[in-house]
Design a binder for this molecule. Structure first.
Ligand code: PMP
Length: 410
């Protein structure tokens, strides 16, 4: 496949032209937190409000019909984007990955888990998964167990085979670690989970924007992602679930739009996926998310993936030139498009602040993985995360900024 035409791509993202601070050129390397938005996705949002805006749920008038069709088709589009052949019936729109996790934890976990049951997570889970399952376990009497990692930040699969067993009811694991850049073997974990009649939930927040995902090839039962990390708007995300499971599960939220027949004493539920989308949904956002999926597909996820990995590998190579930098996560070749690191004697927050003076946007802190940082033996790290519009010269700017921080704090 051809390399990306990064100059052309950059031209599609108006924000990348702006200057920050005292006229610095923006180097936006905080894509794992949120990605930037191309013109055509911004246009999809404003076109909706200018030309279609109406409530969905199939009102009779023209605008409502148009909005309903576009919103429903957006579900089909996102289902296709992650390889779900069931279309809209297997794609619930949520607010974000966090809501997808909470939906399953409440709707399935609260009803199905009990004393003696186990939920298996990994040491690299994001708080959105870790805290959610921890709290549901607390309320149901279930136990949470954690699969450990090796020194290179890979999941310890021998440990996984020990921890996943007959009492496991749910394996909930991040597809790509937002701190380490580790890509987890989801299909193998799905086999292990299913061998023990457990469900598997994969958190795709850091995978769906960056690589081609096929939920059926992975054989996951649930899979969640966030629109704002994949060139889409904030406030919209997707939850894939296997149709039979979604049909059997109870709703998460109640209200209008998710019902079939309501009587004073009882209620029956609407068809999938509307059973899980109570109230007026994020209509403009859902439609614009489908535009983001089109955009990424037209460029090609495989090309995007390769571009980002090249940047991450280049960043690791440059950072490895210095003895006073510690890099977390797997070696080049195994790493997704992000790098977390620390500079000896300089707090990640101070480092990020010096970077900011250079116009470089990175993220310092625990990246919502506090227990993982305990395992790494540090409270915080600095994270640079790449996307399709980033360049090697931005990595060079990052390294120059680190030099500056070294001078200032040495
Ligand atoms: N899981 C992972 C691996 C993430 O990186 C993130 C975002 N940092 C989330 C879950 C939560 O995503 P959101 O805040 O969009 O719900």
């Amino acid at each position: 496949a051809e390399p990306l035409d990064v100059e052309r791509i950059r031209g599609e993202f108006p924000i990348l032209e702006r200057e920050v601070g005292d006229g610095q050129r923006l180097a936006y390397l905080d894509n794992a937190a949120t990605s930037q938005t191309p013109d055509r996705v911004i246009d999809a949002m404003s076109d909706y409000y200018r030309g279609t805006n109406a409530n969905v749920h199939r009102g009779i008038h023209h605008l409502s019909q148009e909005a309903s069709i576009a919103y429903e088709e957006a579900h089909d589009r996102l289902a296709e984007f992650v390889g779900a052949s069931g279309g809209r019936e297997e794609m619930i729109f949520t607010k974000n990955t966090t809501e997808g996790l909470n939906l399953v934890a409440y709707a399935w976990g609260l009803n199905e888990l009990g004393e003696g049951d186990e939920v298996v997570l990994t040491e690299m889970e994001h708080h959105s998964s870790l805290v959610t399952w921890q709290q549901i376990a607390k309320r149901t009497g279930a136990d949470v167990r954690y699969i450990g990692i090796d020194d290179a930040g890979r999941l310890d699969m021998d440990h996984a085979r020990e921890v996943i067993g007959p009492d496991t009811e749910m394996v909930s694991v991040t597809h790509v670690s937002n701190t380490l850049g580790t890509i987890n073997p989801i299909a193998d974990l799905a086999d292990l989970a299913h061998d023990h009649d457990s469900y598997i939930f994969a958190d795709g927040a850091q995978a769906v924007p960056h690589q081609s995902v096929d939920v059926e090839a992975l054989d996951v039962d649930f899979y969640a992602f966030s629109g704002h990390k994949m060139c889409g708007p904030t406030g919209i995300g997707g939850l894939y679930g296997k149709k039979a499971i979604l049909e059997a599960m109870e709703p998460f939220m109640y209200g209008g739009g998710m019902v079939r027949k309501v009587e004073f004493e009882k209620t029956t539920w609407a068809d999938l996926p509307w059973k899980y989308e109570a109230g007026t949904p994020l209509i403009a956002e859902g439609i614009a998310l489908a535009e983001a999926a089109d955009y990424l597909d037209e460029i090609g996820l495989d090309r995007i993936d390769r571009h980002e990995r090249e940047l991450a590998d280049y960043a690791v190579e440059r950072l490895n030139e210095f003895d006073d930098i510690e890099i977390y996560g797997p070696p080049a070749g195994e790493r997704a498009g992000l790098v977390s690191f620390n500079l000896d004697g300089v707090h990640a927050h101070d480092l990020a602040s010096i970077m900011n003076d250079h116009g470089v946007a990175i993220r310092p802190g625990d990246h919502c993985t506090q227990p993982l940082h305990d395992v790494l033996g540090t409270a915080a790290s600095a994270r640079a995360s790449f996307y399709l519009y980033n360049t090697k010269s931005e990595v060079d700017t990052l390294v120059e900024a680190i030099d500056d921080a070294r001078q200032l704090f040495a």
